[in-house]
Write a protein that binds this ligand. Sequence first.
Ligand code: ADP
Length: 269
Amino acid sequence: VPGRIYEVNASPMPGGGAVAVLHDVTRIEEVERTQKDFVANVSHELRTPLTSITGYVETLLDHEAGISPQGREFLGTILKNATRMNRLTEDLLVMARVEAATVELSPAPVPADLLVREAVAGMKGLVQENEGVLEIGTITDCQVFADHDAVMQVLSNLIENAIKYGQPKAGGGTRVVISAREVAAPYDAVEFSVRDFGQGIASEHLNRIFERFYRVDKTRSRESGGTGLGLSIVRHMVQAQGGTIRAESELGEGSCFLFTLPKALYPVH
Ligand code: ADP
């Protein structure tokens, strides 16, 4: 029927021919779209009042006189929570845009080592703060066909997680190694990996960490400013560029996040 959306399942019949089953998913698609629009609109509407709250609290804290130490402490708590809400609304907006495929991606050939070096350079501050060590592992001389900014966001997010959550139990920082190699299956691609040597992720959590709002340790994630949306955005950004992402981990040994991007067929020199 014109204007309706169908999901098609086709299977071959023995002796020739095929059976096709059509499911009308128009209603499901409509509900999903309404939900996504709602999230995007709410996040957008929350931004203005939040900016106002943050601004006024910061101004009050800048004033030396007239505020008791307890008042100052309360203002500090308000600021911390408003900042957290700001981060959450920002992440929700990015998420809604990525899901609605309205993020403009401009793929172009770009050398893998250039992407890794740039991402590593951008994380220097966080690494020093957390006593971590960032290392560039083996990087094959190859180019991907991808959107530079989107890949930068993916790599930065994975490195940030490795630094934040990959800390060994004994304390101190973790070592993080970023590598890239060419793979032939399931298609000509470049596989990037971000490996840490921290506490690792238990198998019951491993296949759920890419879900929205999923956090292994809620308190820890909240303390470090996490919203539980990071990996979900990362997965969308990788998939939107024709790639795949997975995580491997062993408790006490560390974790490794691996994602692929299509190899550039016509590399630039
Ligand atoms: P968050 O905003 O909480 O950082 P993410 O979606 O980025 O959310 O990650 C989801 C959860 O996966 C985190 O809260 C953390 O518990 C776990 N996680 C992510 N990366 C790692 C890692 N490298 N080592 C251990 N745990 C991790």
